[in-house]
Structure formats: structure tokens, C-alpha cells
Design a protein around this ligand. Structure first.
Ligand code: GLN
Length: 214
């Protein structure tokens, strides 16, 4: 058994499974923070900058950052087509903040040349909660996370303005009532940044999805 799997022995249902390999799109944004959180769930994190690296992962995280920049870099690094193909073939994907924007099928306040991956049937409004100075934290209930409320960090965050019938709403922000966490099949998205706290429950939901679906 590889040393990296040794820590999983004795963790009941995961004992017989290999560690899932979870990629983090490593072009801009909260890459190191997502790599840390994935490690904490017992999965194997891998930064993804090239198509060959994308081909080797079981699931992909698109980090918080700046969605217009991430999109431009993804195009330059020839990752847009391969990401669309893998997502179309069922690869689990999780986007936080800018990553949520990247996964949307429709945007409000879209930059003129900005495209998206369309993995979740939803309309997302960029910068919906206001500017950088309007960033805030909020205690939210996340369906499936269990335990106490989740301290969610919102930084120039989007919200979900409308969802299609296949989309499950996992959390709303209590002050505004806006949808801030969703899942559609293989795709998970949060308007906030679970990677910026030490609470790894959202990443645990995602790595469980990766183990189940890959
Ligand atoms: N407002 C940013 C965007 O449009 C997202 C902010 C974030 O990821 N913290 O990409």
C-alpha cells in the first residue's frame, strides 16, 4: 500500500478504497487553500495547469479568485475544451465563488468576453453582494454538512439568481435569503469560500462525491 493511503486504514468505509485524486485548477486564486482542504479530507490533491494533469484527476476544484482572469488563463493554457469534455463525461466538479461563476450556465454582470462551462443550470449574478469592501462572514446552514452552522466567508461574492429543475439548493444566506450553495448531479458550487476556513465539511461533501462518482 502506498504510504499516502496508510492514514486511511481503519477509517471504516474508506479502508478498501484508493485515495481519490482531486485536481485544483491552478491558474489564479485560492489554489493552496483548496489543496490544503482536500488533503484534510483524506483525498490526494493535485494542481492542474495542463491537459495531461486534468486527464489524470478523478474530480476538479475551480477556486475562488477572479473568474474573468481564470477564464482567460484557462483558454491560454488550452484547458477549456478538455474541461468541457471531462465535465460532459461526468467528472465531479466543485467551484467556489469565481468557480461558481465558471460553472454557471448563465451570468448577470458578465464581462463582455466572459464564457462559462455551463455545468449547473443556474443564473449567477457576479459581485451580487457588493464590492470588495462589502465582503462579510455569515453563519449558514448547509444541507448534508451535518453539525453546527458553517461560518461562510463572502468576498465580492456572487449569488444564484435562478435555478433549473435539476438543481438542488443546499444553502441560502440568512440576511438576504439568496441561494449561495447548489448541487446538480456531479457539480457542486458555493458563492462563499470554504477553503478560507478550517471547516472542511464542504470539501468532505465534494470528495465523497468524487469517491462515489469516479
Ligand atoms: N467577483 C469575482 C469574479 O467575478 C469572484 C470573487 C471571488 O472569487 N472571491 O470572479
Amino acid at each position: 500500500m502506498p504510504a499516502s493511503n496508510a492514514a486511511l486504514v481503519g477509517s471504516s468505509r474508506r479502508t478498501a478504497q484508493r485515495a481519490a485524486t482531486v485536481g485544483v485548477l491552478a491558474l489564479q486564486g485560492d489554489v493552496a487553500e483548496h489543496l490544503r482542504a482536500i488533503t484534510a479530507t483524506g483525498a490526494r490533491p493535485v494542481p492542474v495547469r495542463r491537459p495531461a494533469e486534468l486527464a489524470a484527476v478523478d474530480g476538479l476544484v475551480i477556486p475562488g479568485g477572479e473568474s474573468t482572469t481564470i477564464w482567460k488563463l484557462a483558454a491560454i493554457f488550452d484547458l477549456v475544451g478538455p474541461m468541457r469534455e471531462r465535465i460532459g463525461a461526468g467528472m465531479p466538479v466543485f467551484g467556489s465563488c469565481a468557480g461558481m461563476i465558471m460553472l454557471a450556465s448563465r451570468l448577470v454582470e458578465r464581462a463582455s468576453d466572459q464564457e462559462t462551462l455551463g455545468a449547473i443550470d443556474m443564473t449567477v449574478r457576479r459581485n451580487a453582494f457588493g464590492r470588495q469592501a462589502d465582503s462579510f462572514e455569515s453563519d449558514i446552514e448547509i444541507a448534508g454538512a451535518g453539525g453546527p452552522a458553517f461560518r461562510a466567508v463572502f468576498i465580492r461574492a456572487p449569488w444564484v439568481e435562478q435555478v433549473g429543475p435539476e438543481v438542488e439548493t443546499l444553502a441560502t444566506e440568512p440576511r438576504t435569503g439568496r441561494i449561495v450553495a447548489v448541487r446538480q448531479g456531479q457539480a457542486l458550487a458555493t458563492a462563499f469560500h470554504p477553503e478560507l476556513t478550517q471547516d472542511n465539511r464542504v470539501h468532505a461533501i465534494f470528495t465523497d462525491m468524487v469517491r462515489e462518482l469516479s
